[in-house]
Design a protein around this ligand. Structure first.
Ligand code: 5GP
Length: 179
C-alpha cells in the first residue's frame, strides 16, 4: 500500500495536532450550543471520530452517506443520498464534517439539503481543502490543511475503496489511477 504513495503530504503527527486545535476551537465556539456533528461517510469517519474525542463539550453525532456519479477521481457534484441522518436538525446547531473539499459542489449540495430542515446554524469543518479547485462560492469555517490539486488518499480518504487505513495523507502515484 505504501509503495503506491509518491509523497506524504500531511504526517500522522501533524494531523493529530491539527485535530486537537480544531477540537479546542469548536469546544470554545459551541459551549452551551449542544451541536450535532454530522459526518459525511465514508471519507470523514476517521477525522470525525478523532475530532469528537478532542471536543470537550456535550454533542450528538450523526451520519450522511452520499453516492457520487462520474469519474472516480473527480466529483461531478451530482449526488444522491444513500443514507440520511436520523436526527431532527430543526433549530439545532449543526457542524458538517467533510474529508476534503475539491470543487465544493458536494458541500453545496449538502448545505442546501440541510437548509431545507431549518437548523439554527450550519458550519463546516473540513480536514482538507483544495482552494484552487473550487467551482462555487463557499465558506468553510474550520479547515485542517490546504492542499494543491493532487489526488490524495489516507486517513479516511480512498481510491477505489483502498488506502483509507493509512494514518497519514499522501499523494497517490498517478500510474495507480491512470491504469
Ligand atoms: P467536490 O464535490 O468538492 O468536488 O468533491 C468532494 C468529494 O470528492 C470528497 O468528499 C471526496 O469524496 C472526493 N475527493 C475530492 N478530492 C479528492 C482527493 O484528492 N482524494 C480523495 N480520495 N477523494 C477526493
Amino acid at each position: 500500500m505504501k509503495n503506491d504513495i509518491s509523497k506524504i503530504l500531511v504526517s500522522e503527527a501533524e494531523i493529530q495536532a491539527k485535530v486537537q486545535e480544531l477540537g479546542s476551537l469548536i469546544s470554545h465556539d459551541y459551549s452551551e450550543k449542544y451541536p450535532i456533528i454530522i459526518c459525511i461517510l465514508k471519507g470523514a469517519v476517521l477525522f470525525m471520530t478523532d475530532l469528537i474525542m478532542s471536543i470537550s463539550i456535550p454533542l450528538e453525532i450523526d451520519f450522511l452517506s452520499l453516492s457520487s456519479y462520474g469519474d472516480s477521481t473527480k466529483s461531478s457534484g451530482v449526488v444522491k443520498i444513500k443514507k440520511d441522518i436520523d436526527s431532527d436538525i430543526q433549530g439545532r446547531h449543526i457542524i458538517i464534517v467533510e474529508d476534503i473539499v475539491d470543487s465544493g459542489l458536494t458541500l453545496k449540495y449538502i448545505q442546501n439539503y440541510f437548509d431545507q430542515h431549518h437548523p439554527a446554524s450550519i458550519k463546516v469543518c473540513a480536514l482538507l481543502d483544495k482552494p484552487a479547485a473550487h467551482k462555487t462560492d463557499l465558506k468553510i469555517d474550520y479547515i485542517g490543511f490546504e492542499v494543491g490539486n493532487e489526488f490524495v488518499v489516507g486517513y479516511g480518504l480512498d481510491y477505489a475503496q483502498k488506502y483509507r487505513n493509512l494514518p497519514y495523507i499522501g499523494i497517490l502515484k498517478e500510474e495507480i489511477y491512470r491504469k
